[in-house]
Design a protein around this ligand. Structure first.
Ligand code: ADP
Ligand code: ZN
Length: 210
């Protein structure tokens, strides 16, 4: 099963992608996580991406397309994969098609803009391993400490309110047209983001099988 997760920043697509990944035993590939890891390690790609991420802009298509092209060659993708945060523009979707990648389902996690800002304020990420949490909706076992590695949980700099507004703007202009792109092929399933993570998960799992 090859699945794409669409949705506004902070809609919870990463959380759902992780859950579906465990359930189906296929990797969840987050371009955001790959770029943040590159930034942390100070690689050339990380340096290229830094200013874009910090301003809430998209990293150039050729950079993320290159990342995905390489990642999908890994053997763990043979049984299927989940793309979390890619494609985010029409040219990225076209590049995926041009690679000959067949997509089974596109799950759009739909959350209104008004709810996004509030959710973003509560987001936390592990400084060490990049695992993500929410102070209300996805609490760590111990406040401020990562369940996976014991690392410190911090706010992402691009989750600052001004940057969130910019990211939402970019989402509506660049990413939202993908809904139409995939609706035309009959692959799009819309999941209304719920207050409780497990309620969204129930809808997501249904949509994946639908
Ligand atoms: P969110 O979904 O909450 O916005 P991500 O972790 O998916 O967070 O992405 C964080 C940032 O990484 C984006 O704002 C963007 O700068 C960059 N990024 C991630 N995926 C892509 C992509 N497919 N194309 C361009 N930029 C991307
Ligand atoms: Zn961690």
């Amino acid at each position: 099963m090859n699945i794409i997760f669409l949705g506004a920043p902070g809609a919870g697509k990463g959380t759902q992608a992780e859950i579906v990944s465990k359930q189906y035993g296929i990797p969840a590939i987050s371009t955001g996580n790959i770029i943040r890891a590159a930034l942390k390690n100070g690689t050339e790609m990380g340096l290229k991406a830094k200013a874009y991420i910090e301003e809430g802009k998209l990293v150039p298509d050729e950079v993320v397309i290159g990342i995905i092209q390489e990642r999908l060659k890994e053997p763990d993708c043979e049984k299927g994969f989940i793309l979390d945060g890619f494609p985010r523009t029409i040219p990225q979707a076209e590049a995926l098609d041009a690679m000959g990648v067949l997509i089974d389902k596109v799950i759009d996690i739909d959350v209104p803009d008004e709810a996004i800002a509030a959710r973003m304020a509560g987001r936390r990420v592990c400084k060490n391993c990049g695992a993500s949490y929410h102070i209300e909706y996805k609490k760590p076992a111990v406040d401020g400490v990562c369940n996976e590695c014991g690392g410190e949980l911090v706010q992402r700099t691009d989750d600052a309110p001004e940057t969130v507004l910019e990211r939402l703007k970019v989402y509506h202009t660049e990413t939202e047209p993908l809904k139409d792109y995939y609706a035309k092929t009959g692959k799009l399933r819309t999941v209304k983001g719920q207050e409780k993570v497990e309620d969204t998960t129930a809808l997501t799992l249904k949509a994946v099988e639908d």
